[in-house]
Design a protein around this ligand. Sequence first.
Ligand code: AMP
Length: 380
Amino acid sequence: MMSEIKLHDKTFVPFINESQISEAVKKIATEIEDYAKDETVIFISVLKGSFVFTSDLAKVYQNDAIFDFIRLKSYDGTNTSGKVEVLLDLDRSIEGKKIVVLEDVVDTGNTLVKIVELLKNKNPKEVKIAALFYKPEAYKKDINIDFIGMEIPNKFIVGYGLDYDELGRNLPEIYQLKEMASNKRMADIILFGPPGAGKGTQAQIIKDKLGLTYIATGDLFRHNIKHQTELGKQAQVYIDRGDLVPDEITIEMLKDAVYKDPNARGFIFDGFPRTVKQAEFLDQLLAEKDLIIDALLSLNVADERIVNRLVERGKTSGRSDDNEETIKHRLRQYYEKTAAVKEYYDQQGKLHEVDGVGSIEEVNNRLLNVIKNLKLRGEK
Ligand code: AMP
């Protein structure tokens, strides 16, 4: 299990795990294969950071390819006209060839401009850029990034070739700098209820009003299914039947989502936990971060209403599990496996029952009233 690490004087928290990285590398490899057609591409790996990415890409890239390496030292990293020294240059001519530059991460794009300038002077046929990680918020240049493994927020990252003052390159996963938890932490809340109780609608509004990070495991699964990731393929069979996805798969995905936002002001969980095992896991995960669930808000809606709501929703939602038969099965699953989660938090004195029948605004006001009256961690 990934956990916090220390490099020099700083603490880093897990951010992107090995399987997410390898999906991103494969995506790039496939796109470059399409681009290369039957030509031999020359990959130019930008050292030092790209050595791990280059090595993994080499193992999955299926066409012929040549690998070369370049290493630059920039004296003025913030100024595009600043001087750049070439510490290691290419060992062959690239004239008339298709070039793909391999970058571990592209942020401002300053180094990239230098590299492209240098390469274009050597008269290649074409220069394309592949970035395993790309920070759109930081990128300031016009050069097109042709192949992107994954877009990430503008955070300082280490691992998988990337360093903090030379340490951390050998970590198989990506970590991000831990920022000190803000003392303005709002609340960590579970929005609970049977399928169709209105959790998603309400959570979205509460999230915006309170500035919380919204995590909906159902949405995460659907996102993975849409992109046909390994996780998506595994989950799809269960979801289509209206069964719960096994705890191990769900827990792993949830953990990644929580780790992705180490600086959250609080989380609002929708559709998780759905079993007592998941609830125990969540408590443990938060405890590691010195956090705790403040409340479970349970939206109460009668079964008949729920079936009607979901059948209606099914007409436009495009969800494969919003048909009458699957809806009934999902409700059974709720009573058999999920309802116990309510008791689990009731025993901790955290259960708050809220009437889920009424207009969106009415229900929302009831929920916000409960949240307003919570005794939050920061005040204890
Ligand atoms: P939802 O969007 O919350 O209604 O979730 C849709 C489907 O995703 C559920 O019927 C389950 O198959 C699956 N799912 C979502 N969250 C979980 C969870 N916490 N545990 C197991 N399965 C889940």
